[in-house]
Write a protein that binds this ligand. Structure first.
Ligand code: ARG
Length: 259
């Protein structure tokens, strides 16, 4: 009888150990998004970017730097994630994100109705506008003067869309720096987002006209129904509320315009 009791107790203990073990292994949190893990076990998100858009993203040697890099850095830090940047022309950013090749689109992307059909966006964090950039000796002084002139833009941008809709002769370049090369004489003006126009005009001795032509809310893009959108949106909301985003703009010497 005592032997039987001992045997039952041992069997019971064994069952409990097995149950606990099973419970433990079934408990590991599953990765719900397409992002992979880093060496330290952090989730790595891939970020598609066209780093020809200072002060939002540009190259410092081989490193991508800028306002959006800092904002995404602050967001991923909050979320305990790591980011891996993938460089490409702007026209490839949104299609790549849409196709699920990259987790996030970071490229001074304007939220538009058309893009919202193909991508999900965080809330906007800044409000930009399209501006006209000319050479110092240009006879173009306002939007009306663009009539009948050839205007350079970057391919796939809202600037291209705006200029085509307005019936200007459009010369589109895959790289923003080529669109900015007004001294080649191919185009009479360059239409680009205002802050970028200001940054590159300074570098290239060009002039930005004081006429805001559109209203462009910037946000980060994700594939439709990505599980990441809500997490990034919430973290961005916190960074907007606590002044971190405005401080990042200040660090780059750019006047912050809330969306
Ligand atoms: N805001 C404009 C757009 O969404 C231009 C963006 C260009 N971005 C870049 N990184 N070159 O179309």
């Amino acid at each position: 009888m005592r032997k039987m009791k001992k045997f039952l107790a041992a069997a019971l203990a064994l069952t409990m150990v097995l149950a606990l073990a099973a419970c433990g292994s079934g408990n590991s949190s599953a990765d719900t998004n397409t992002a992979s893990g880093s060496a330290e076990g952090k989730t790595v998100v891939t970020v598609a970017t066209s780093p020809d858009f200072p002060p939002f993203e540009s190259l410092d040697g081989s490193e991508v730097v800028g306002i959006e890099v800092d904002i995404l850095q602050a967001i991923t830090e909050k979320l305990g994630m790591e980011m891996k940047l993938e460089q490409m022309d702007f026209e490839s950013v949104i299609p790549g994100v849409q196709a699920g090749k990259f987790d996030i689109g970071m490229s001074g992307i304007t939220i538009t109705e058309d893009r919202q059909k193909n991508c999900d966006f965080t809330q906007p964090y800044f409000l930009a506008s399209q501006a006209i950039v000319v050479t110092p000796d240009s006879d173009i002084t306002c939007k009306a003067d663009l009539e009948g002139k050839t205007v350079s833009v970057q391919t796939g941008t809202t600037a291209e869309e705006y200029c085509m809709e307005n019936g200007y002769e459009v010369l589109a370049f895959a790289a923003n720096n080529d669109a900015a090369a007004l001294t080649s004489g191919k185009a009479a003006a360059w239409v680009v987002d205002n802050e970028v126009g200001v940054a590159l005009a300074q570098q290239q001795g060009l002039v930005v006209l004081d006429e805001a032509m559109t209203s462009e809310p910037y946000a980060f893009a994700f594939a439709k129904d990505s599980a990441l959108t809500a997490q990034f949106d919430e973290a961005l909301g916190e960074l907007l509320a606590d002044g971190t985003v405005a401080a990042i703009f200040e660090k780059y010497g750019v006047l912050y315009v809330a969306p």
